[in-house]
Design a protein around this ligand. Structure first.
Ligand code: SF4
Ligand code: F3S
Length: 383
């Protein structure tokens, strides 16, 4: 029997054509597909817009099953995705078209859950996407994380062997995360350290931003391949810029206005948190743009320095609240580079403090205060 397309599934679920088209636009944005005005080459028809590419794919491609495993983690990434600020999208991924097996969110437990997984692995062999949350552990053959009597290493090997692609979500699955913090007693590592014969993509964060995880899953469902990545296997549409690049406190950084403590005048005025240890300049993630809770806020906006949660070794990386005179980031697997140069560059940037655009900083502060006031009113209305 011919497999149903994703569009047919959605129609069966009662999604109207109008909502379907809206969804295509949202997905195109989520996947990081940039809108390019349709172009007409001589003798050819108009090139399709991103929305049309998504609509066409959903109408023709069958659903791709997702199998979601958890190892050493706090389930924060699953928690985040189940409370995503794009409920339609996460519902689409979690319930409607994709997830066949999820250890935490599924209703079944015990033997029933194990049977459901075995059936999925067999039925969809070679076709499913494996999502891994939490770090695999190497010590003593992986016995520190065991499910149904099998070590996480065996579980990972078994599930990865039939996967079309593997998505590691959250810092733990990508780089070992908090379980890998010194002295790393379980020898936690990232999924890509163990799986080398399949395409693996990393969606780091603590937790990963839900729209980034769903956007990457949807990219595979729709385009049949994973998006382009940086050298740490992170999808470029979401990890192409640092938190600092789009930070709303950036004008204060440029102006050399820094909070010196969490309760000083600078902090009250929304100044830059660099001297309180903000890792925004060396952290690649989409939080400053996508934010959390329906675009309400993200750590730096809420008054906390970025901890660098989408970078390797973030838990051990230089102390959360120490100013970054020489930030460390890992440039490639296995080598840690101290970016003295970056520290110098930052220092040089600060030398131009006096040429600063005070009015820009003031404007930005007003904008932030207005947005916070709006959010508070919204919250009161909802609450
Ligand atoms: Fe950059 Fe952090 Fe300052 Fe924002 S708060 S401008 S990310 S250093
Ligand atoms: Fe993580 Fe920094 Fe964003 S701590 S959530 S990458 S602001």
């Amino acid at each position: 029997m011919k497999e149903k397309t994703i569009y047919e599934h959605l129609r069966e679920k009662g999604v109207s054509r109008r909502d379907f088209l809206k969804l295509c636009g949202t997905i195109a944005g989520m996947m990081g597909l940039e809108f390019v005005a349709p172009v007409k080459a001589p003798g050819k028809s108009l090139s399709p817009s991103p929305e049309e590419i998504v609509a066409q794919a959903l109408k023709t491609r069958p659903k791709v099953p997702i199998i979601w495993l958890e190892f050493q983690d706090c389930a924060g990434c699953s928690e985040a995705i189940s409370r995503s600020s794009s409920p339609l999208l996460s519902n689409l991924v979690l319930n409607d078209i994709a997830i066949e097996y999820h250890e935490t969110l599924m209703a079944a437990s015990g033997f029933q859950a194990e049977r459901a997984k075995e059936e999925c692995l067999k039925k969809y062999y070679g076709k499913y996407v494996l999502v891994v949350e939490g770090s695999p552990t190497l010590a003593e053959d992986g016995i520190y994380c065991t499910v149904a009597g099998k070590s996480n290493l065996d579980l990972l090997k078994e599930a990865a062997s039939g996967a079309a692609a593997v998505i590691a979500t959250g810092n733990c699955a990508c780089f070992g995360g908090i379980p890998a913090a010194h002295p790393n007693p379980t020898r936690a590592v990232g999924v890509a350290d163990l799986i080398q014969d399949k395409p693996v993509i990393n969606i780091p964060g603590c937790p990963a931003i839900p729209e980034v995880t769903t956007g990457t899953i949807l990219h595979f469902l729709i385009m049949g391949q994973l998006p382009k990545t940086d050298q740490l296997k992170r999808p470029l549409p979401f990890y192409g810029n640092t938190v600092h690049d789009h930070c709303l406190r950036r004008p204060f950084y440029e102006a050399g206005k820094f909070a010196g403590s969490f309760d000083d005048e600078g902090a009250k005025k929304g100044y830059c948190l660099y001297q309180l240890g903000c890792k925004g300049p060396t952290t690649y993630n989409a939080c400053a743009g996508l934010k959390w809770e329906r675009g309400l806020s993200y750590p730096v906006q809420s008054g906390h320095p970025c901890l660098g949660c989408s970078e390797p070794h973030f838990w051990d990386g230089g102390g959360f609240y120490q100013g970054q005179s020489a930030p460390t980031i890992r440039l490639d697997k296995g080598s840690t580079a101290t970016l003295v140069g970056a520290g110098v560059a930052v220092g040089a940037g600060l030398a131009g403090v006096n040429a600063l655009k005070k009015s820009r900083a003031k404007k930005e502060l007003k904008k932030q205060q207005a947005s916070e006031a709006r959010a508070e009113t919204e919250n009161k209305k909802e609450g």
